[in-house]
Write a protein that binds this ligand. Structure first.
Ligand code: CU
Length: 130
């Protein structure tokens, strides 16, 4: 009994740092504005492995979305923000905003608005994580 407790303690003490929750309190805020028909900035640059809060603001009166399926699939999204991302997409009604905290993974990911014709009108961009 005593031995197994000691082993349990040693196992906990040896747990790798990566298993700890990200430091969301110190996550850098990154502002992205959605408009008719653009993202600002159109190229979003993030640091791999660094927690960020994506602050998405829809400045238009109509709806837009932030669709980046591969990006969200690869990222570690803060648990309470996971329900804001549906199938790689964050939907924003007119003048709505959303904060999504995540830890991005290195890569280049396409970004677009999936509303009809919005991408054709220029609503696309790229997320570069390095
Ligand atoms: Cu749109």
């Amino acid at each position: 009994m005593r031995l197994s407790l000691t082993l349990a303690f040693l196992t906990l003490a040896a747990a790798p740092a990566a298993a700890q929750a990200p430091d969301w309190a110190h996550a850098q805020r990154v502002d992205v504005t959605l408009a008719n028909f653009s993202y600002a900035p159109a190229t979003i640059r993030l640091k791999a492995g660094q927690p960020v809060v994506l602050h998405l603001v829809n400045s238009a009166s109509g709806g837009h979305d932030f669709t980046a399926v591969q990006f969200f699939d690869a990222a570690a999204i803060r648990p309470q923000d996971r329900n804001k991302v549906e199938e790689g997409e964050v939907e924003l009604a007119g003048h709505e905003s959303a904060d999504i905290a995540l830890v991005p993974k290195a890569g280049r990911y396409p970004l677009k608005c999936s509303h009809s014709f919005h991408k054709m009108f220029g609503m696309s961009g790229e997320i570069v994580v390095q």
